[in-house]
Design a protein around this ligand. Sequence first.
Ligand code: HEM
Length: 69
Amino acid sequence: MAETLSAPPQVFTWDEIKRRSGKDPERWLVIDRKVYDISRFHKRHPGGSRVISHYAGQDATLLYNQMKH
Ligand code: HEM
C-alpha cells in the first residue's frame, strides 16, 4: 500500500550543504553520500565538538572511516 512505502530520499546540493554550515549554529555534514544535521549532535559527539564541527559543510567520509567509529 502506498502509505507503507518510504518517501524517496531528499537530495541536497553542495551549495545548500555549505550554506547550512556557515557561522550560524546550523551544521550539516556528509558521510557516505548521506547528509547529517549535526547542529545539536556536535555538542554530544564523544570525540568532541571541535573535531566534528571542523567538517561541517564538507564530505567527512574519509576521516569518519579512519576513526574507529
Ligand atoms: C555524524 C557523524 C559522527 C558520529 C555519529 C560520530 C560518533 C562518534 C562516537 C559514538 C564516538 C565514540 C566512539 C567510541 O567511544 O568508541 C566518536 C568518537 C570520535 N569521533 Fe566521531 N562521530 C561522527 C563524526 C566524526 C567526524 C566527522 C570526525 C572527524 C574526524 C570524528 C572524530 C572522532 C574522534 C577523533 C573520536 C574519538 C575517538 C577516540 O576517542 O578514540 N567523528 N564519534
